[in-house]
Design a protein around this ligand. Structure first.
Ligand code: ATP
Length: 201
């Protein structure tokens, strides 16, 4: 059987996952599958999961046009870990199934799976190697504050809702350190992807 390299690209919020996956797609023409796309698809207008959420949380998470009020849902689950867990139990299996379905249609020997919650959602068995993009806590805070226009408290709360970055780094096969310039990051990506491509050749 041909060797496959399924790269699970993860890291903390705002550490540089999208920067890395865009580079792998454009420079190495690798197919990129994105968990966030499937998670959004899971709650599209008319989806059975969305109906289940309306039944569970009530009309307050429904916008006048029948779509999901993400902001309201975010407020509910953010302050309530049990509700967050329930919500994730609805979404994660769908995301896993979508990855599996897409992977069966792709013949490429190397595929990038961007999965922000790779560890938290227990999706590590979908991939053959785990890449974690990391940077310092201060840089992470600054980058997401600047990009999303958040207060320090809001940015910190988002960081705290994920598994600590140090734990992700400890479980990585490849660590991409994004504490310096973009160029420094991309040269690490070159080294890591060339190793992976040599393995499947
Ligand atoms: P999220 O988890 O929120 O989706 P992400 O991990 O995909 O984020 P990116 O969107 O790639 O992270 O990067 C976060 C922000 O930091 C972006 O605005 C990006 O342009 C910026 N950034 C990434 N790497 C660097 C760098 N080395 N130097 C300066 N800014 C950077």
């Amino acid at each position: 059987m041909n060797k496959k390299c399924l790269i699970g690209l993860t890291g903390g919020i705002g550490t540089g996952k999208t920067t890395v996956s865009n580079y792998l797609a454009t420079t190495y023409q690798l197919p990129v599958l994105d968990a966030d796309v499937y998670a959004r698809e899971a709650v599209e207008l008319g989806s059975p999961i969305l109906d289940k959420l309306f039944k569970h949380y009530g009309a307050e998470i429904r916008l006048p046009d029948g779509s999901l009020n993400r902001r309201r849902l975010g407020e509910i689950v953010f302050s309530n870990p049990e509700q967050k867990q329930w919500l994730e139990q609805q979404i994660h299996p769908y995301v896993r199934d979508r990855f599996r379905a897409e992977l069966t249609t792709l013949t490429d020997s190397t595929v990038v799976l961007v999965i922000p919650l790779l560890f938290e959602a227990g999706l590590t068995n979908l991939v053959t190697e785990i890449w974690v993009v990391s940077c310092s806590a201060q840089q992470q805070l600054r980058r997401i504050r600047e990009r999303n226009n958040l207060s320090p408290e809001q940015a910190q709360a988002r960081i705290n809702s994920q598994l600590p970055l140090a734990e992700k780094v400890a479980r990585a096969d490849v660590v991409l350190d994004n504490s310096s310039t973009l160029d420094v990051l991309l040269r690490q990506v070159d080294a890591a992807i060339n190793l992976a491509l040599a393995y499947v050749k």
